[in-house]
Design a protein around this ligand. Structure first.
Ligand code: SAM
Ligand code: SF4
Length: 444
């Protein structure tokens, strides 16, 4: 296994979109084309998912690769909420008919930086203008250090049934290094409250590959996590991308990070313990209990993947609201202004700053990559692979990562660790123009 880790630990996209953002052909994108795509997709199904980016955090965790702004000033909350509502109204004006909301996800930054009252105002303003799908999935990311009972209660009342809490690691040495001191009791309390209030899916985020992480310490983190019985788990590979996030990730040196082999062992160890305790691996980075909707969607082949990560809903139109949020209309993708002040100024008049219009070929490759990421298998019948693709597939097959039988590609259980390397074979943009090393995080 070690030689495979060495061979495949290269910089590759995470494929929440295709093409990956560095390959977007922004020169062919216009706001008019974007709105036309939104209208077209809306007309064909009237339903949508909404992602809302809430960027503020009270304190900087130095490992964090999310788009955030650090402040303790809560006076920012209200103007930001108002800007998001204006942005939503701008989209509403281009829909013909009342939208049906399948999914709302509040991400960040830290959604629980905002008061329950402000979150209620935000969600109510959206829901007043739409129908809620009977199959709706509303979820939010809660920081265990500042999620209150009132946050959980307010959002539950508004239809939220899923919450994910950022845990990362309980080891005090790791917590100190990443500047995120977070007692177990905080996670215990928020998890208990969520369950008492009737949240049907409580998830914990863990990260492997963090500075000073050891097998023994991470085993303890995994055991503590199991003791709280979350319904789902995210086990993220630490994305070390200091060139993107500036000084945030430079609070420790690369020497303090586990080696690629050690990192893989951290993952394998956690995976082994989770699987022995009734969790199943679902797609990349995720585990769920057999009675969780994500596992059921995976088993029935209904799992999807978009900018929010894995999702069980089916809407093809994803509207991203807020600074840096990304939208997807299955035909075009667009990203909002990242700078919070500039976003606040432009929210009401379409804050989109860049995007990509997808060709029919893009959409076919996207579907194939999505099948690999969500189902570990794909139908190659429409592909007509060139010599390079054929030889790469053969190499992956010889390395035991995948099997091909007729037109059917299947990733082997061992090969799941290398799933991003399998997707790369079908990435025509990367084939044409290999990315420089410092563009994506490493595969392992
Ligand atoms: C927006 S944060 C979660 C909400 C809240 N801000 C918190 O920290 O609890 C989303 C998750 O992204 C993951 N994450 C952030 N930076 C990462 C990185 N560099 N590599 C891998 N995962 C990362 C963490 O697991 C984190 O819980
Ligand atoms: S991990 Fe969460 S709280 Fe920490 S900086 Fe990132 S988004 Fe903010």
């Amino acid at each position: 296994m070690n030689h495979l880790i060495e061979k495949y630990n290269v910089s590759v996209p995470r494929y929440t979109s295709y093409p990956a953002m560095p390959f977007w052909q922004t020169e062919h994108f216009t706001r008019e084309k974007w709105l036309l795509n939104v209208k077209k997709t809306f007309q064909s199904e009237n339903k949508l998912s909404i992602y809302i980016h809430l960027p503020y955090c009270e304190s900087l965790c130095t490992f964090c690769a999310c788009h955030k702004r650090i402040t303790r000033n809560h006076a920012y909350e209200e103007p930001y909420i108002n800007a998001v509502i204006s942005e939503w109204k701008m989209y509403l004006a281009c829909f013909e008919g009342v939208p049906e909301i399948e999914e709302i996800h509040l991400g960040g930054g830290t959604p629980t930086f905002f008061s329950p009252e402000n979150l209620e105002k935000l969600i109510t303003s959206l829901l007043e203008t739409a129908r809620v799908s009977p199959r709706h999935e509303f979820s939010f990311e809660g920081h265990p250090n500042n999620t209150t009972y009132a946050h959980l209660h307010t959002l539950r009342k508004l239809g939220f049934r899923r919450v994910s809490f950022g845990v990362q690691d309980y080891d005090p040495a790791v917590q100190q290094a990443i500047h995120r001191v977070q007692p177990f009791e905080n996670v215990q309390n928020v998890t208990r409250w969520a369950k008492e209030l009737g949240y049907t899916s409580v998830s914990h985020d863990l990260v492997f590959g963090l500075p000073f992480q050891t097998l023994e310490g991470f085993r303890d983190t995994v055991q503590k996590t199991l003791s709280l019985s979350p319904d789902r788990l995210s086990l993220y590979s630490y994305a070390h991308v200091p060139w993107i996030k500036g000084i945030g990730q430079r609070g420790y040196s690369e020497e303090n990070l586990p080696t690629p082999g050690e990192k893989r062992r951290l993952y394998e160890t956690a995976r082994g313990i989770f699987e022995q305790n009734g969790y199943f691996e679902v797609g990349m980075d995720h585990f769920a209990r057999a009675d969780d909707a994500m596992f059921m969607a995976y088993r029935e082949g209904r799992l999807n993947r978009n900018f929010m990560g894995y999702t069980t809903t089916q809407a093809r139109l994803l509207i991203g609201l807020g600074a840096s949020a990304i939208s997807d209309a299955w035909g075009a993708m667009a990203q909002n202004e990242k700078n919070v002040d500039a976003y606040l100024e432009s929210a009401a008049t379409l804050p989109v700053v860049k995007g990509h219009i997808q060709s029919a070929r893009d959409l076919a490759q996207r579907k194939l990559i999505q099948d690999i990421m969500c189902r570990f298998t794909a139908d190659l019948s429409g592909q007509e692979p060139d010599d390079l693709t054929r030889s790469r597939l053969l190499e992956l097959e010889e390395d035991g990562i995948l099997e091909i039988s007729g037109d059917r590609l299947s990733v082997t259980p061992m090969g799941r660790a290398f799933i991003r390397n399998v997707c790369v074979v079908f990435d025509e943009y990367l084939k044409e123009k290999p990315s420089p090393e410092r563009t994506f995080s490493k595969a392992i």
